[in-house]
Design a protein around this ligand. Structure first.
Ligand code: HEM
Length: 422
């Protein structure tokens, strides 16, 4: 996807059908676009066209004052103080998944599929307190169908102005109607239940959320779009983080043993799941390093609204600016031994991580609002998996990363799980 120069230079300018595209690798330039002059940049028209049918008018695609209102209202619902509640759902769902996998121990196991199902289960339970056994398969089918047929950028998506619909846009429109109906019915079922005094899940928290400046609450439609946004933005990215963490550990016996030793000494349960993260620094470091080597969000795309400039590079209004966590995390100038798996980079006492060269969750006002959620989930699931199993690959073919909306493995690699002696 990127030429060698991308991993060595600070700025790479190219043209795409007559329009300028700039890839930024210099931390100051990234700071300029994502932080200092963020108001001059918006999501690209292609992102809006492709994602609108599934995330609607939720936080991810909103802009300007609407975005400010949504962000202020949502952010407290995903703040660190809510994480003990999230951790409870994570631990319970992960314990069930580990039990299920234990039944297949010794046989080749598709850990990508297992992590996708688990991440969706966690999203469902944390949003709705629903076990996803009933809705899960339908939700997964719709999301997968969208990803495979409609959620990928095609040439016309990028070339035609948003006002000119493509054939695929018509299919996306039909998908939107089905999706709205599906999500509305899940939410309606859940809202029909008696509201408890203390919130059980993110739906309870989001319903009670108010914009701290205006006191406004989300309408029913906004609630649906926010929940869709959180599920879509959060579950595949976290499933991939887990898949790549397990893949890296399967190829690194010493690191895997170190993690197994760490988790053996920690009791991880639903009540104290969040607190136990303090005692799992190596699990968190493995997740940090997996996010560096295989960042699920491999590129962030922005369109300049008005003309801008960074040093001697002109960024005309309408041009695209790309910031690629994938490139930055493998960049020769930012990292020693950039392609090696070394979780100790993320342990206390290691040299500081280069500023704005590590961006798995982006930066600036639009930084991932679910980062705490994702990190809590990934470290706890990984710890529970490694507590129970020794993880090995059941095949020798390398697993290659592919840029398909997120950083996907090129095939469903098979693993062998061997229960650890207690
Ligand atoms: C490892 C997992 C995850 C990764 C790698 C990830 C990555 C990102 C990145 C890079 C962005 C910034 C995009 C940009 O600036 O263009 C972002 C935004 C966002 N993420 Fe995540 N994310 C993850 C998990 C989650 C989870 C679990 C949730 C929800 C619970 C979530 C919800 C969102 C939302 C709503 C935004 C848009 C924020 C805004 O525009 O203000 N993400 N994510």
């Amino acid at each position: 996807m990127w030429p060698q120069a991308a991993y060595e230079q600070e700025i790479l300018v190219s043209r795409f059908f007559g329009r300028q595209r700039v890839l930024l690798n210099a931390p100051e330039a990234i700071h300029h676009v994502l932080v200092e002059n963020a108001a001059n940049y918006r999501r690209s028209p292609a992102s809006v066209r492709i994602l609108r049918p599934i995330v609607g008018r939720g936080l991810f695609l909103s802009e300007g004052d609407d975005w400010k209102h949504q962000r202020r209202t949502i952010a407290p619902s995903l703040a660190p103080r809510v994480m003990p509640l999230v951790a409870r759902h994570v631990v319970l769902a992960a314990q069930d998944a580990v039990e299920l996998l234990a039944g297949q121990a010794g046989q080749p196991t598709d850990l990508l599929a297992a992590m996708q199902v688990l991440a969706l289960e966690i999203a469902g339970r944390s949003m709705f307190s629903l076990e996803m056994r009933q809705e899960g398969p339908a939700l997964r089918t719709m999301i997968t169908d969208f990803g495979l047929r409609l959620g990928k950028p095609y040439l016309f998506d990028m070339l035609l102005p948003p006002s000119v619909p493509t054939l695929r846009d018509l299919a996306r429109h039909r998908f939107r109607r089905r999706w709205e109906k599906f999500m509305d019915s899940i939410i309606a079922d859940r809202l029909a239940e008696v509201t408890p005094e203390s919130p059980r899940d993110l739906l309870d928290i989001l319903r009670a959320a108010r914009d701290p400046e205006t006191g406004e609450a989300f309408s029913r439609d906004q609630l649906r779009d926010q929940i869709s946004t959180l599920i879509v933005a959060g579950h595949e990215t976290t499933a991939l983080t887990l898949f790549w963490s397990l893949y890296l550990l399967a190829n690194a016996p010493a690191e895997q043993q170190r993690l197994a030793d760490e988790v053996a000494g920690v009791d991880i349960n639903a009540a104290t799941g969040f607190d136990s993260l303090q005692r799992l620094p190596y699990a968190r470091a493995v997740v940090g390093e997996a996010l560096r080597l295989f960042p699920p969000a491999f590129v962030m795309v922005r369109q300049a609204i008005g003309d801008d400039r960074w040093q001697d590079i002109a960024i005309p209004g309408g041009s695209l600016v790309l910031i690629s966590p994938w490139v930055l995390h493998h960049h020769r100038r930012h990292w020693a031994n950039p392609d090696a798996f070394d979780p100790s980079r993320f342990l206390n006492g290691a040299p500081a991580i280069p500023r704005l060269a590590y961006l798995p969750f982006g930066a600036g006002p639009r930084v991932c609002v679910g980062a705490q959620f994702a990190l809590t989930e990934a470290a706890l699931v990984l710890a529970l998996m490694l507590k129970k199993f020794e993880v090995r690959l059941a095949e020798t073919a390398p697993v290659l990363p592919m840029a398909v909306v997120t950083t996907q493995p090129d095939h469903h690699a098979q693993f062998l799980l061997r229960p650890r002696a207690r």
